[in-house]
Every structure is written in C-alpha cells, then in structure tokens.
Design a binder for this molecule. Structure first.
Ligand SMILES: [Fe+2]
Length: 415
C-alpha cells in the first residue's frame, strides 16, 4: 500500500488549486483516479472515524453485519460479553472474504478457500491440516495462530451508532467530531435504545464528495426540492444555521414551519402555492425535540445523519471509483417510540431513499454535476454564495459549508 500512496501522491501533487482558493472547486477533484486513491488513503483508511452500523442491527451474541469503509469490506460483530468487534473481511491466509452474507448470526467464521476458522473477535482458531498428514507437510512448528487473526479495527460506540477506524490510535471520537457535532449527535443519539425500521440502497453515478457537498448546501434545498419548500418542511426564510465543524464535518439547522407564501417564495419557481396534498400525513411531523430544530449532520468521510419531520436515517457513503458511489440508507427510531411515532417515522421515510419525494432529485442532479466534470478538469465550480468566508452563518442562502470543507480537504490532501 505504501508504494501506491507515494505514486498517487506524486501524481496528485502535480495538481494545482485555482488561485481564488476555497471559492473555487476544480472539476478534476471529481474525476482524477490518483486524487481518488489518495482520498481513500487519507480519509477512509487514515486517522478518521467511519460509520459502519447501528447496534440494534446486531442485537445478539454472534449477530453480524457486513459493512464498508471506503472500498474495503469490514464485518461488524457482537462478540462475547456484548463487545463489538469490527474486522476486515479478508482472510489472513490468502485474502478471500470470510463472510459472504450481508447480515446474520454465526458462532464463528470460516474462509471458504482453506477453511481457516476465525472467532467472533477475528482471532484465528483453527488451521486445517496444521500438523500435516502422515507426519508430512503442515505448518512450521513455530506457526503462532495468535499472530494471524483478521485485521481488527479500532471501535467506538456512540449512543447506539458504531464507528470504526483503520488507525490503531485514532483521535478520541468526541475530539474527531468537535463540540458542535458531538452535541448534535448526542441530541439524536442520547443513549436510548434504537429500533431498526428499514433499509434502502442506491448507486449514484457521481463522485462521493458531491454527496457531502449536497448536504452542505442549504441553498439548493430551498430551490430544487418542491416537496420541501411547497409543504413547508424547509423554507428559505426559516430561522436556520449553517455550521462548519472540525474534520470536514458540518451541521445544517432548519425548522418545520409549515406552508407559507413569503417574499422569498416569490423567487422560487418550484414553490407552488396552488399545489396541495389531499393527505398531509407525509408532511406533518409530530413535535419531538424541545428545541424545534431539524438537524442534518455531515460526518466526514462516511455518512450523513438526518432528522427531517419524524424520520431518522444514517446515509452511508460507500465510494466505488472516482465516478460512482453507493448510498446505503438505514432508517431507525427509538425502542420506546409509541406505535403512532413509529408509523410517522416510516411514513416520513418516503421523503428519502432512491425514490424519495425529496432525495430522488439529489441523485439526478449529482449525476448531472458528474457529467459536467467529466473532461472538464480545467474548469472550476464557483462557490461564492453567502460571501467568500468560512465562518458559521445564520441563514440558508449560502455555500459556506462547502468552502469550509474544501479548506479542510486541501489541508489534509496537501494540495
Ligand atoms: Fe437535496
């Protein structure tokens, strides 16, 4: 891997950022394979924390879920004494995957190739024919199983969400998040038991960073998403905040204020005053948080955490090459939700996922941006809405979070 890193780094170093700095994004960041490889090494396989699963997905000893960090597969397992383990899905012998299912329950994991057997914690338990046959062959007598387990990752559990790092000494999780993000994360994950409500998956033909930029862009939400603006789940004139945070993260705060024709709406073509729903259930949340806020956190580099109306979701970003990523949605609630609240969370989940009333549009526009980047590496995106600075703002007509992100990105990538 070290060889790959240095070659990619060398080639990537030739890339120069436009003089204007963080108000411009050169389109080669979305298409260059060397930049992409360096991003995987710097972010996903580096000293970051990556979302992998929710605790409620692996409720019992031996329950597991297959997950991804960057392009690497990992398995999240509940082991003895409720301990959660995350290890690479890659046999220590010849590299084959030891787990072929997305979810399930096992007592141990056996590689299909030579049947090396691993415990729930990834330790090597058995090597067939280790002592040879008829006193011939077998492993050398000093072969030590304890040195050939599956590669274990660092693990942190925060209020029922599970995070992993390839780094043996990552920053403490709260420090990696920064104060604003950890406070907002704990608002939604206060330590109450979570309840799994369902999944969606989709493949978007765009660079993975475009997804983070989409969730750092309240400006588009006020213009693109008819459903949000027409039915009042998101309005340009709502009291809001755009908060850049540590490590490339950010927070967008809005409020569900209901439908209203305002001065701001006059400029917004997709605000349809005459448009109404016969059944308002999908756009009518039950008040839940005392602060009345609607919060979306981009947790770099692996996920977006949403709360909108009464739906909660983890949107897991899984890059697949420079020009494509998979988006795996996990919808959840709290175990102590009453029946009506669970019904609302599921109902409001219709806003999201590949065919969601809101999210469908994001998948389409991101693939448009990727088409616009392809073969246009010499051009730049302009990111000046809301000024040229990178400080917290109290409105939505801004691209400040994208500017702050590229400030962090360039520091980490040394471009
Ligand atoms: Fe959007």
């Amino acid at each position: 891997m070290e060889q790959t890193v240095s070659l990619a780094a060398l080639r990537a170093a030739k890339r120069e950022w436009p003089q204007e700095g963080w108000t411009r994004v050169p389109f080669w960041v979305y298409t260059d394979p060397d930049i992409y490889q360096r991003e995987l090494d710097t972010f996903f396989y580096g000293r970051t924390w990556n979302y992998v699963a929710l605790e409620c997905e692996i409720p019992e000893k031996g329950s597991f879920k297959r997950s991804w960090i960057g392009e690497r597969q990992v398995v999240v397992v509940r082991g003895e004494d409720d301990q959660i383990h995350v290890w690479e899905n890659r046999c220590a012998h010849r590299g084959a995957r030891v787990c072929w299912k997305n979810k399930g329950k096992e007592e141990s994991f056996t590689c299909p190739y030579h049947q090396w057997n691993f415990g729930l914690d990834g330790s090597l338990q058995g090597v067939p024919l280790k002592r040879g046959v008829l006193k011939k062959g077998g492993m050398p007598s000093d072969f030590d199983n304890s040195k050939h387990g599956l590669k274990a990752l660092s693990v942190h559990v925060e209020g029922g969400s599970i995070w992993a790092s390839f780094s043996p000494d990552p920053l403490p999780f709260a420090e990696y998040c920064g104060e604003e993000v950890i406070t907002n994360l704990r608002r939604q994950f206060p330590g109450k038991k979570l309840k799994l409500l369902g999944y969606n998956r989709q493949r978007i033909p765009g660079n993975w960073k475009l997804y983070f930029e989409n969730l750092k862009d309240p400006y588009h939400a006020t213009l693109l998403h008819s459903f949000l603006i027409t039915f009042g789940l998101w309005r340009a004139d709502t009291q809001s905040e755009s908060i850049p945070a540590e490590s490339g993260h950010s927070i967008m705060v809005s409020r569900n204020v209901g439908k209203k024709k305002s001065e701001a709406a006059a400029e917004i073509a997709r605000f349809k005053e005459a448009l109404d729903l016969h059944d308002l259930d999908t756009v009518t949340p039950r008040p839940e948080f005392e602060d009345g806020k609607v919060v979306a956190i981009t947790h770099f580099p692996s996920c977006v955490i949403h709360q909108q109306a009464n739906t909660f979701g983890m949107r897991h970003v899984i890059p697949k090459g420079a020009g494509s990523f998979e988006l795996a949605w996990t919808f959840f609630g709290y175990e102590d939700d009453d029946e009506e609240m669970t019904r609302l969370r599921v109902r409001h989940a219709n806003l999201y996922g590949p065919a969601g009333f809101v999210a469908m549009e994001d998948g389409e526009v991101l693939s448009e941006s990727q088409l616009g980047a392809h073969h246009y590496g010499h051009r730049c995106a302009v990111v000046e809405m809301g000024g040229r600075e990178v400080d917290k703002q109290d409105h939505m007509v801004t691209e400040v979070l994208i500017r702050a992100f590229y400030k962090h990105y360039r520091e980490m990538m040394d471009i």
